[in-house]
Design a binder for this molecule. Structure first.
Ligand code: SF4
Ligand code: SF4
Length: 363
């Protein structure tokens, strides 16, 4: 029975993932135009991921090794699962390859689980807490389902009860990994993160380059806004970059303003931009709030002004533009560009420069 259901399940999940991808791309395209090398960026993306991104991730050896096993195992397992269980290529060699990759992914997922048992304060909770279980469900289910393909166990081993359990495991794992990647949830970072690396607005950062200067305003284009008032005023690849955030909180831990109790947390700021991109409130944010500002009181959408809706002006003015958040971010997100863009709107369009230092919640 599972052999009949598996292809339907896998291709239905893939179809939903494609629909979700189209929806996400439409959301990013609400932003302003930005010139990027679309094909060149896609071709450069694997190297940017393997070298530049992992250069930052490798500062935390535990999570770097865990990520190699989990992400590498997941990508290889997904491709092999589609070949073996989707297209029905019941070849012993493919079966052993899938067994190996699901085993690697399972080991990686155990380490993700251990990290999440007592997570540091900088990590977001909420849906991120279910991710290790979803990864375990995916890898364990496909491992067991593939044993007959490799000739290790007979077809229909274990009876109907095991078949039902494995079916639930596959449904859970495939939901998280396939259509969760484009519809929302922790795996969204895999899709948005890969494209963010491909179409990064500071491509000169890759290959060991530095790019820290402020981006000039385009004064030749009379239609270009002076700074950013609404989420749709960001360029499309800035919106894409916000969507790539994994809520690891490395930026939060590095931020001097957050440490000083100023009403700024760069992780929350990026998540607020994601709320602005999709529309909604910040009530579901499961991390540390801006110091002194409770979660759940801000909301926005792509067409609404950000300041006093999603974010207060004092949050933007709390930033020292030190770029510690940018340096620490494993997804290479550009917090400072976003903050400066919003400040430019306040000063150049609203004549609202910073007048006094924001209050610290620690004084
Ligand atoms: S640039 Fe701003 S948000 Fe980033 S770490 Fe420095 S003070 Fe914090
Ligand atoms: S912005 Fe970067 S460093 Fe901050 S939580 Fe997101 S991924 Fe982590």
């Amino acid at each position: 029975m599972l052999n009949t259901l598996l292809p339907i399940l896998l291709f239905a999940a893939l179809g939903l993932a494609v629909l979700g991808a189209l929806r996400r791309v439409a959301m990013w395209r609400r932003g302003r135009a930005s010139k990027v090398d679309l094909i060149g960026g896609l071709l450069a993306m694997p190297k940017r991921y393997m070298v530049d991104l992992h250069h930052v991730v490798a500062r935390d050896k535990y999570i770097a090794n865990t990520h190699v096993a989990t992400a590498g195992g997941a990508v290889a397992s997904a491709v092999l699962a589609i070949l073996v269980h989707g297209f029905g290529l019941h070849n012993r060699f493919l079966g052993y390859a899938l067994l190996l990759m699901t085993a690697v992914m399972f080991v990686g997922a155990i380490f993700v689980y251990l990290r999440r048992r007592n997570p540091p304060a900088r990590l977001s909770k909420g849906p991120w807490m279910r991710l290790p279980k979803s990864l375990l469900a995916f890898s364990a289910s496909f491992f067991l389902l593939t044993l007959p393909v490799a000739g290790i166990l007979p077809e229909n081993f274990g009876g109907w009860l095991l078949a039902v359990i494995l079916g639930i495991g596959v449904l859970w794992g495939v939901s998280e990994l396939f259509f969760g990647m484009t519809w929302g949830g922790p795996m969204k970072h895999a899709f948005a993160g890969a494209l963010h690396l491909a179409w990064h607005r500071r491509a000169e950062r890759f290959g060991g380059g530095r790019s820290t200067g402020l981006k000039p305003l385009d004064l030749n284009d009379p239609t270009a806004p002076l700074g950013v008032e609404k989420p749709e005023d960001f360029t499309w690849n800035q919106l894409l970059g916000f969507d790539a955030c994994v809520q690891c909180g490395k930026c939060e831990a590095a931020c001097p303003a957050f440490a000083a109790g100023q009403p700024l947390n760069p992780k929350k700021l990026i998540q607020d931009m994601v709320v602005g991109l999709a529309g909604g409130t910040d009530a579901k944010f499961a991390g540390s709030p801006y110091p002194g500002k409770p979660v759940g009181e801000h909301s926005g959408d792509p067409h609404q002004p950000i300041v006093n809706g999603l974010v207060d002006a004092e949050t933007l003015w709390s930033c020292t533009t030190c770029r510690a958040c940018v340096e620490e971010c494993p997804m290479m997100i550009e917090h400072v560009d976003a903050i400066v863009d919003m400040r430019r709107h306040l000063t150049l369009e609203k004549a609202r420069p910073r007048t006094r230092a924001p209050k610290s919640s620690k004084t």
